[in-house]
Unconditional design. Structure first.
Length: 137
């Protein structure tokens, strides 16, 4: 069952939930021929594209273009689903914890928990995304 803490109650948690729904809708199109990183444009509406920085689970850093290229490779290689575990909003940031299930093309199912920290700029756009991962041995 999901835990929701709207302590910051600035609507940022709702933006993260909408961001996640947009990721899901674009991922559903990712296996179509002709899909490109430009198809992630609906997601860019949530993001401060020029200042965006993502720090991944191996501390790799990417800008918006690099991140959408990463998303395209990921989305075309597996099917996924998530379950919201917790979401908490503080002023200017949201903690978003989910259980992720990734079904690989070879049939392998990977189940992990991730915590994403979304940092927003003064305009309410995502400018930083940091991802933390728990996975079985």
């Amino acid at each position: 069952m999901a835990t929701i803490d709207a302590g910051g109650s600035g609507g940022l948690a709702e933006k993260v939930i909408s961001y996640d729904a947009t990721v899901r809708s674009v991922v559903a199109m990712a296996k179509d021929p002709g899909f490109t990183p430009e198809n992630w444009a609906p997601l860019a509406e949530f993001v401060a594209v020029d200042e965006f920085e993502r720090v991944g689970t191996w501390l790799e850093v990417s800008n918006w273009q690099e991140y959408t290229e990463f998303l395209t490779k990921w989305a075309t290689s597996s099917a996924f689903d998530t379950t919201l575990l917790r979401i908490s909003e503080l002023p200017g940031l949201v903690y978003y914890e989910v259980e992720e299930r990734h079904q690989r093309q070879d049939g392998t199912l990977d189940v992990v928990r991730s915590l994403s920290v979304f940092v927003f700029n003064e305009e309410g756009k995502i400018c930083n995304l940091e991802v933390f991962l728990q996975q079985p041995r």
